[in-house]
Design a binder for this molecule. Structure first.
Ligand SMILES: C[S@@+](CC[C@H](N)C(=O)[O-])C[C@H]1O[C@@H](n2cnc3c(N)ncnc32)[C@H](O)[C@@H]1O
Length: 316
């Protein structure tokens, strides 16, 4: 059986000491009443889940134009370029295909490990508990899901459009003896292969910047959340302080692509990273979009001076 077909049926034993070290356990909130059993996914592998839901990512479908970058009609932004929507989906997939194997090392290198603190903060706000059904959208190599499981969560669907990233994530889970609790699903944030109202919480870390039409992804977030469900998004954002902003620009446009080239062999992927961050809406605009998608009690908090931000909202 190939690695893509490994299942996660057994109980898990957490051993990932390199994940968000030094964090205290937090109080655990109650999750809303459960109408959907996440465990119906547990025997499916990536391919089977797609089949089960009849889900094949439709790369040609025209989406509503998002307001985040205002490209010409029919186009989407890929970094600073405007490309067709189909092309954007393909280009984003190529980026993560080529960096998947070195993605985690690269995260540590380019952020000096700070991404771990941001992710830890995201999990602290999520307040995992054993009853919580979580969907981690753009979950990639599983960083958020592993932290969720380590902090008391037991049911997470890691959904990502890229099978390379999911495959690395599943291998990491096996390496750390995480044998249950997470199900790995190939799917698009804009058309989640999940039923309405199935999740107590929706998290997305550094994914929504990459989707072709952000408004579609946000309405999907609302759709899959139960009433009372929690939406959390960790994403790169806008740096307010002019000095920090200049330093950050210099670093991300000049240094990052060089590190990216050295570590992953793909300079362009990290140029895209820097550009896509600049094209993503700022904190307030993104909060407005979340509200427009029908989520309530929207708030955001800056991390590291706005280099990243956590947006939180609820489905009422
Ligand atoms: C920067 S990585 C973040 C991975 C992980 N959440 C983390 O924080 O380490 C972005 C992920 O989003 C995924 N992605 C991009 N577009 C997507 C889409 N439309 N639907 C689902 N996943 C998507 C990519 O394949 C990639 O794995």
């Amino acid at each position: 059986m190939g690695k893509i077909r490994r299942h996660f049926d057994a109980q898990f034993g957490l051993a990932d000491d390199d994940l968000d070290q030094g964090l205290a356990h937090e109080d655990r909130g109650n999750s809303p009443a459960d109408g959907f059993n996440f465990w119906q996914f547990r025997h499916f592998n990536t391919v089977a889940v797609s089949d089960k839901f009849g889900y094949v990512p439709d790369m040609s479908r025209e989406k509503n134009q998002s307001i985040e970058d205002n490209p010409p009609s029919g186009k989407a932004s890929f970094g600073f370029r405007n490309v067709t929507r189909r092309e954007k989906t393909r280009l984003v997939r190529d980026v993560f295909d080529t960096v998947a194997n070195r993605y985690d090392v690269m995260n540590d290198l380019m952020s000096g490990g700070v991404h771990r603190l941001w992710k830890a903060e995201l999990i602290r706000r999520l307040r995992p508990d054993g009853d919580m059904a979580l969907i981690d959208v753009g979950g990639g190599t599983g960083d958020i899901a592993f932290r969720f499981l380590k902090r008391g969560g037991e049911n997470v669907v890691v959904c990502d459009i890229n099978t390379e990233m999911l495959s690395v994530g599943r291998d990491r889970a096996l390496d750390h003896a995480i044998l249950g609790g997470a199900v790995w699903v190939c799917g698009d944030a804009e058309a989640l292969p999940l039923p309405d109202g199935c999740a107590d919480a929706y998290v997305s870390a550094f994914c929504l910047r990459n989707v072709t039409t952000l408004t579609n992804a946000l309405s999907e977030a609302r759709r899959v959340l139960k009433p009372g469900g929690h939406f959390l998004c960790l994403e790169f954002s806008s740096v307010a302080a002019p000095v920090l902003s200049k330093l950050y620009d210099a670093y991300s446009f000049n240094v990052l692509p060089i590190i990216g080239q050295a570590v992953t062999g793909n300079k362009d992927a990290y140029r895209y990273l820097a550009e896509s961050i600049r094209r993503f809406p700022g904190q307030r605009d993104f909060a407005e979009m979340i509200k427009d998608a029908g989520l309530d009690n929207v708030r955001y908090d800056n991390l590291s001076g706005g280099i990243a931000a956590i947006h939180s909202a609820w489905r009422i």
